[in-house]
Design a protein around this ligand. Structure first.
Ligand SMILES: Nc1ncnc2c1ncn2[C@@H]1O[C@H](COP(=O)(O)OP(=O)(O)O)[C@@H](O)[C@H]1O
Ligand SMILES: [Mg+2]
Length: 341
């Protein structure tokens, strides 16, 4: 009698955290506004202590996904789980584990930072010395202690964003959802916010972080999902996502007056290696993707004769640089160059 084979161990999909129970798990979320599908199918998991980046062009469905994840917006389909428990409108206990910083500021301009924080703290059921301690901690974390008793309407954009962030932290959420929290802030406030987000994750919270700023996501996120048209196009650690992209060496050459197309500039043996792009300025860019090099055709074996030939043919080498794979290139590759509103 054949013995039953044990199923193979499930290979972790890139949309899942490395190990352990997910603090937040979104399964097949869907949401439409009339005929418009804002979220077509989004699934992802975030582990405790992990910062998960959501990247996507305007209108991709990031905010809708996040508002569903924090229980503010009902989904048409799919589930939100917090440590394995399904979030539903009657689970106020689960809602309390969530902290959210919405895309638009949600603070009272006529109240001071301390009053705003006390207000949000009370909403979460805090009071007494605990509330006092949490408010003092939030002021400290957001760098607002010195301005705690000034009205928020007199704050700079960065201070307002920091206060908005502090209001979401008061009840020590285990899942923190941040929707573009650094829009319109100065570099100091941005650095402060990013470092506070890292602190909160280091203390064990699972963080979902939507941003337009690739360098922010590169700096703080453990894993990233690129979403567009309400779907996850790619998800994983940044090195895994960038692995299929290659670095490209680019030579910028001014061709000689008699040869604007640069037909004479490359030695015939190497001509096929390079992609030639004419810039509007007349400068030619010769691009050499790394994958075209091999043991017989090395970079040094190509560069020296090419540079010599360019010079001999009357061309001028203006610049050499290497484009390394980065999130921006991945983002444009996945979502295209079409402008979004
Ligand atoms: N309340 C709403 N009513 C109608 N359409 C909406 C509403 N909120 C968002 N949308 C639309 O849903 C799509 C996704 O929006 P959103 O989730 O805000 O994307 P993102 O945050 O990635 O920019 C967009 O086309 C947007 O115009
Ligand atoms: Mg948004």
């Amino acid at each position: 009698m054949p013995t039953a084979l044990a199923p193979p161990p499930a290979s972790p999909s890139a949309a899942e955290p490395a190990a352990g129970e997910a603090a937040l798990r979104l399964r097949n979320l869907r949401k439409s506004y009339g005929d418009l599908t804002a979220v077509a199918d989004v699934s992802l998991e975030v582990a405790p202590g992990e910062i998960f980046g959501l990247l996507g062009p305007n209108g991709a469905g990031k905010s809708t996904t996040m508002m569903i994840a924090c229980g503010v917006l009902p989904a048409d389909g799919g589930t939100v789980e917090l440590s394995g428990e399904i979030l539903s409108p009657d689970r106020r206990d689960l809602r309390r584990r969530l902290g959210v910083v919405p895309q638009d500021l949600a603070i009272y301009p006529e109240l001071t930072a301390r009053q705003n924080l006390r207000f949000f703290g009370r909403l979460y059921g805090l009071g007494g010395t605990e509330l006092n301690d949490r408010v003092a901690d939030a002021l400290e974390r957001t760098g607002l202690t010195n301005r705690a008793d000034d009205r928020a309407e007199h704050y700079s954009g960065g201070m307002k964003r920091r206060l908005n962030f502090g209001c979401a932290l008061l009840h020590r959420p285990s899942v923190l959802i941040l929707d573009e929290p650094t829009v319109g802030v100065d570099p100091q406030s941005r650095a402060h916010l990013l470092s506070s987000v890292k602190d909160v994750a280091a203390e064990g919270a699972a963080v979902v972080y939507a941003s337009h700023y690739m360098e922010e996501v590169e700096e703080i996120c453990d894993r990233v999902a690129v979403i567009d048209a309400g779907r996850v196009l790619a998800a994983g650690t940044i090195p895994d996502l960038l692995a299929p992209l290659e670095s490209v060496l680019r030579l910028h050459v001014t061709p000689p007056p008699g040869d604007p197309d640069g037909a004479t500039l490359l030695p015939p043996a190497f001509a096929g290696l390079f992609d030639v792009v004419a810039q509007p300025s007349g400068v030619l860019t010769y691009a050499l993707p790394r994958s075209r090099l091999n043991r017989d055709t090395t970079l040094s074996g190509v560069l020296a004769p090419v540079l010599e030939h360019v010079k001999g043919a009357g061309g001028r080498l203006d610049a050499v640089h290497t484009d390394e794979p980065d999130l921006e290139r991945l983002f444009l590759k996945l979502t295209g160059n079409t402008l979004r509103d």
